[in-house]
Design a protein around this ligand. Structure first.
Ligand code: KIV
Ligand code: ZN
Length: 526
């Protein structure tokens, strides 16, 4: 044991840099609205992250607006914006009112030659100039050598050494394509400690292409890295980033390292991101998955009842959940037609939903209507209804509104759908045929709305929420536009065709809102 201890340099505290709204939003199909981003920033502050990377302003007007509005919230958390080394991009980031600018430029020979078309010298000069520029404007600066783990080690040491001299207080080491291993990343971290000042923070940023994102981050911390980049639920580009909840709980429970995270808020934050991103948490996901604290084997279950430590490394209350239950804190509240606003609110809060007063009213109406029809409203019904309402774009952004839907289907007849739909100021009435009722409705919508013509349905999922013929149908759709951008949307209704059509409309409203706000300026960042 002491042999191991002498080889590692564990810090006492580690800072958590959250990039859910920047790298996390680069998950295919995920785009948060400005309001959603403000809600996420507030929740991350409640969670206690040290830095929130709110986005990269040059990406789009909507992204820029979200960063400005988050900065205006004056939260107790440091707000950061990402920029390349281009001074105009940096000006835009500074103008958004953030506390920190995170600058990046690629340093691997592959990226410099094939992507940037720049020499090492040009990259070095550009990085130093950019860091100095931010520093002169009085902001904190963090520098990332993109694709660091595939860069020449001597060049990497040189560039990090120079940016530190130019004023970078934090140097971040991205494993951009997730191809390093814990031992290699630990070695790299150790090498970099030799070229930076003693008060420079070494930060790590990992991707999960080989399922090593968390292990790699921890390996770097073992060698003295004092800041970890992470995303809630591990969402992010390709296979995702290091998952915040896994990193934090490992640091605390396995290493005894302190963080500023209020762990009891982890579960609700995870649920919020699951709901807003539409990316479902796998049941076997560590810490926040449905099964993380469930015990199937009789021997385990019995032992846990006697002493949870027998088969649980941490107890669920540490992260704000109850053993084996999704509805963490108020599972005993039953919703139905007699439910009051107060208990509905408590129930929704326990799932981590963030909603407006209007949305609360709408959820209440839908529940009461179901109750009036004699239906027993289960927790799952409530979640489906809440997700349908909360995941819609705001009322002003709803360009398409479904007014009426008539579907004729049966044995030996061709399914026909007729929709009456508001398209902006206009109202349209169209009918079409299809191989089934949903297909017929989709075809009718394509006739009525030009935007539908540009979209294709890539995934359709129908879940019957509770058994029986009166079950609520919960539909999730994934549609793709002509630029291959994905949009995820949901809807719930006892009538499964109505739920399907509403989900499609919600998805297209998301796309139209995105096109209006997020007039893309750059296509991709890593
Ligand atoms: O993965 C990466 O290299 C990044 C940088 C922009 C930090 O996300
Ligand atoms: Zn990344």
């Amino acid at each position: 044991m002491s042999d191991v201890a002498s080889e590692i340099r564990l810090p006492d505290n580690v800072l958590i840099f959250d990039t859910t709204m920047r790298d996390g939003e680069q998950t295919p199909g995920v785009s948060f609205t400005v309001n959603e981003k403000k809600n996420i920033a507030e929740q991350l502050t409640k969670l206690g992250v040290d830095v929130i990377e709110a986005g990269m302003p040059i990406v789009s007007k909507g992204e820029e607006k979200a960063i400005r509005e988050i900065a205006k919230l004056e939260l107790d958390t440091e707000i950061c914006a990402l920029a390349r080394t281009n001074l105009k991009e940096i000006d835009l980031a500074i103008d958004c009112g953030v506390d920190r600018v995170h600058i990046f430029i690629a340093t691997s020979d592959l990226h410099m030659k094939e992507k940037l078309n720049m020499t090492r010298e040009q990259v070095l000069n550009s990085a130093v100039e950019a860091v100095r520029y931010v520093k002169e404007h009085g902001l904190k600066v963090e520098f990332s050598a993109e694709d660091a783990t595939r860069s020449d080690l001597n060049f990497l040491k040189e560039i990090y050494g120079e940016v530190v001299k130019a004023g970078a207080g934090v140097i971040n080491v991205p494993d951009t394509v997730g191809c390093t291993t814990p031992r290699a990343y630990a070695y790299l971290t150790k090498q970099l400690t030799d070229v930076v000042k003693t008060d420079t923070i070494i930060s790590v940023h990992t991707h999960d292409d080989f399922g090593l994102a968390v292990s790699n981050s921890l390996a770097a911390v073992e060698m003295g890295a004092k800041q970890v980049h992470a995303t809630v639920n591990g969402i992010g580009e390709r296979a995702g980033n290091a998952s915040l909840e896994e990193v934090v709980m490992s640091l605390i429970a396995l290493y005894g390292i302190k963080t500023n995270i209020k762990t009891e808020n982890i579960f609700e934050t995870s649920k919020l991101i699951e709901n807003l991103s539409g990316v479902k948490i796998a049941p076997n996901k560590s810490i926040v998955g449905d099964n993380a604290f469930r015990h199937e084997s009789g021997i385990h279950a019995h032992a846990v009842l006697v002493d949870p430590r027998t088969y649980e490394p941490i107890t669920p209350d540490v992260i704000g959940r109850k053993r084996g239950e999704k509805d963490a804190t108020v599972s005993s509240i039953v919703v139905g037609k007699h439910t009051g606003r107060h208990s509905l609110k408590a129930k929704l809060d326990s799932y981590g939903y963030i909603y407006s007063d209007e949305q609360l009213g709408e959820i209440m109406d839908r529940i009461k209507k179901l109750g009036d029809k004699g239906k027993n409203v289960t927790d799952k019904d409530l979640q489906a209804i809440a997700e349908d309402i909360i995941s819609r774009v705001s009322e002003e952004e709803q360009f398409l509104k479904l007014k009426e839907l008539l579907v004729i289907t049966g044995l030996n007849i061709t399914p026909t759908a007729t929709v009456r739909i508001e398209v902006g100021e206009e109202e349209k009435l169209v009918s079409d045929l299809g191989v089934g009722p949903v297909d017929a409705a989709f075809n009718a919508l394509q006739k009525a709305v030009k935007a539908f013509g540009e979209m294709s349905l890539v995934e359709y999922n129908l879940e019957a929420i509770t058994g029986g013929t009166e079950a609520l149908g919960f539909v999730t759709v994934k549609i793709k536009d002509n630029k291959d951008k994905l949009y995820i949307a949901k809807a719930a209704n006892e009538d499964i065709v109505s739920a399907s059509v509403q989900a499609l409309i919600n998805a297209v409203n998301r796309k139209l809102a995105y096109d209006r706000n997020y007039n893309n300026r750059v296509n991709s960042i890593s």
